[in-house]
Design a protein around this ligand. Structure first.
Ligand SMILES: C[S@@+](CC[C@H](N)C(=O)[O-])C[C@H]1O[C@@H](n2cnc3c(N)ncnc32)[C@H](O)[C@@H]1O
Ligand SMILES: [Mg+2]
Length: 222
């Protein structure tokens, strides 16, 4: 279900952004180039992208995984957190999305830090060696595969590393017993797993803003 625009939530995001997020040519280019080439407008918001960047910096992340590249908007935010020599690998099923993302990453000057792997992420992730470990994984692709991605994240992220899953609130519909779309069921399977999981401790933070009413799940690999 697409986000429901709410003028007050958008105004609030833009107000806060006007103090906290400087105009940024590479990010604006990434959004415009993605829109111009017909990609869906389902990237994270600027405030959410900056939050991802701050999370990565706060743990000194040097190696980041991302599931779901789209046009590389969140990829740019995350890879900017990396120090020299850091790396981000991002998984994308659509060749078209990957092509646009590569253009946007090149424009942002991040070519040497980012690698896009094209194909079904569940298959690609299985080929990633368990060592060396990764510092952070951001999961933001097809929601029915959330649990598969989480399990790969648990295998690949170091103890103390971070696992973030996007779009886990979905206008509150994940908690609505009448809602049974596959995206919603995909989030519920994730939550059911985490209830007894001894490898990840997590919480959900619901958000409202430019992207409507949704939320992040934020977890630590134990
Ligand atoms: C919500 S978008 C990603 C947005 C991006 N993280 C951002 O915020 O800028 C989800 C992306 O996941 C991709 N995707 C869907 N199913 C996939 C799969 N099985 N494997 C890899 N990528 C997939 C879609 O093509 C789409 O580009
Ligand atoms: Mg998302």
């Amino acid at each position: 279900m697409p986000p429901q625009p709410n003028p007050e939530w958008t105004r609030s995001d833009l107000y806060h952004n006007s103090f906290l997020i400087a105009p940024d040519d590479a990010l604006e280019h990434a959004r415009k180039n993605s829109n111009d080439q017909g990609l869906p407008e389902i990237a994270v918001s600027a405030a959410q992208g900056k939050l991802l960047n701050l999370y990565a910096r706060s743990i000194g992340a040097k190696r980041i995984l991302e599931v779901g590249t789209l046009g590389g908007y969140s990829t740019i935010w995350l890879s900017r957190a990396l120090p020299d020599g850091g790396e981000l690998v991002t998984f994308e099923i659509s060749e078209k999305h990957a092509k646009v993302a590569q253009e946007n990453i090149d424009y942002a000057g991040l070519t040497s830090k980012v690698k896009i792997v094209v194909g079904p992420a569940a298959e690609s992730l299985k080929k990633v060696p368990s060592e060396p470990k990764w510092d952070l994984i951001f999961i933001d692709a097809d929601k029915p595969s959330n649990l598969a991605y989480l399990l790969e994240g648990e295998r690949l992220v170091r103890k103390g590393g971070v696992i973030i899953v996007d779009n886990v609130v979905r206008q509150g519909r994940v908690a609505d017993p009448e809602a049974n779309e596959e995206d919603i069921v995909g989030v519920r399977k994730l939550l059911e797993h985490l209830k007894t999981d001894e490898d990840v401790d997590a919480t959900t933070i619901a958000t409202v803003g430019e992207k409507g009413y949704d939320g992040f799940l934020y977890g630590i690999r134990l």
